[in-house]
Write a protein that binds this ligand. Structure first.
Ligand SMILES: [Zn+2]
Ligand SMILES: [Zn+2]
Length: 367
């Protein structure tokens, strides 16, 4: 095994990543060393580079990682699902690490709000153990069995990489609202990877109608291929009132049973409240970054008697559920078309730049 890993290090927010050699530590009991096969570039990486999501430095970005186990510390035998793992297995990495001991972890059972929570891909330093703390790297060093879920090698990397962030995030959010039910009409605000993941789950859950609102047109065309019944292009229908009107027309004047906000744009929330039916549910999922405020009239939340939910990241089990689902559906949806561009590690800054302009659905790094 090599002594060092080539990794893309973020020394200072706003400065480009630098490719440097990072030590590969000896794999301690309980830990796992994974060779990265594919790492997704997330909208969050763009927000990190813009200073909108706080991180520690120096660090290694990349929290959507799929790879092969190359070394197992002596007492790790199972993944987060309790499935035995061996060197040579392909795994999806689960980036966050919760402490398991704080009030949120242990009493409230909401480990996403853990007060000691850290995460790979920006929230751990790369100049101290375990050094390999992100996926824009040849290798990543994972601290616990909760950081991996084994996945069949039949699932293409371009489908597996979606599980590392977008899919597990929407699965968690939908669990919080009590899931999509057979016959539900679902409106999805946002046509990025989280929105498309919501669309897939809506289709698999038996939704009667799924409407995706977003841009650009290429993303909406892809949404159609993933099963959207209708799409609304916000670059064409620029007026919020007109978009709400279209939703009401598509729902017999009632509004949607469920609206999923996967846009990360504050004004979408005002619009979403107008789109949900009386007594319906609104999940606000897209505001991982702090994008500012918006005026809302609370009267309509009361009068419409709607339920509004927030959801942050996910728990390891949501990745487990995502992997189980993906192993069944990977042939059914055009996942290959979602990954617009593949970059070598050396071109990581170009990959992030491309994501910044929202023209591509997702770019990935293949170290
Ligand atoms: Zn992400
Ligand atoms: Zn905790």
């Amino acid at each position: 095994l090599q002594k060092t890993s080539k990794s893309a290090v973020l020394r200072e927010v706003g400065k480009p990543l630098e490719i440097v050699s990072v030590p590969i530590p000896e794999v301690r009991p309980g830990a796992i060393l994974v060779k990265i096969e594919m790492a997704g570039v997330c909208g969050t990486d763009v927000h990190i580079m813009e200073g909108k999501v706080p991180v520690v430095t120096p660090t290694i970005l990349g929290h959507e990682n799929v790879g092969t186990i190359v070394k197992i510390g002596k007492d790790v035998h199972v993944d987060a699902a309790g499935v035995p793992v061996y060197e040579g297995d392909r795994v999806v990495c689960y980036a966050p690490v919760s402490c398991g001991r704080c009030y949120f972890c242990n009493v409230l059972k909401q480990p996403t709000r853990c007060i000691n929570r850290i995460s790979y891909g920006g929230w751990m330093r790369c100049d101290e153990y375990p050094y390999l703390v992100g996926g824009f790297s040849e290798y990543i060093y994972l601290l616990t069995q909760n950081n991996i879920v084994k996945i069949s090698k039949e699932v293409p990397l371009k489908a597996a990489v979606l599980l590392g962030c977008a899919m597990r995030t929407i699965i968690h959010g939908l669990e919080r609202i009590g899931h999509i039910k057979v016959g539900d009409i679902v409106v999805i605000q946002g046509s990025g990877p989280v929105g498309i993941s919501g669309l897939i789950i809506a289709r698999e859950s038996g939704a009667s109608k799924v409407i995706v609102i977003g841009a650009p047109r290429s993303r909406l065309e892809l949404a159609k291929k993933f099963g959207a019944d209708y799409t609304i292009d916000i670059e064409e229908v620029r007026d919020q009132g007109n978009r709400v009107k279209q939703i009401l027309e598509l729902t017999d004047g009632l509004g949607a049973d469920i609206v999923l906000e996967c846009a990360g744009v504050p004004s979408a929330v005002k619009e979403g409240i107008d789109m949900v039916r009386d007594g319906g549910k609104y999940l606000i999922l897209g505001h991982y970054a702090n994008s500012g405020t918006i005026d809302i009239n609370p009267h309509f939340i009361t009068k419409k008697q709607i339920s509004i939910f927030g959801s942050w990241s996910s728990e390891p089990r949501h990745l487990v559920f995502g992997v189980k689902l993906m192993e069944r559906i990977y042939k059914k949806y055009p996942f290959e078309e979602m990954i617009s561009k593949t970059f070598p590690l050396e071109k990581v800054n170009d990959a992030i730049e491309l994501m910044k302009h929202g023209k591509v659905m997702k770019s990935v790094i293949v170290p």
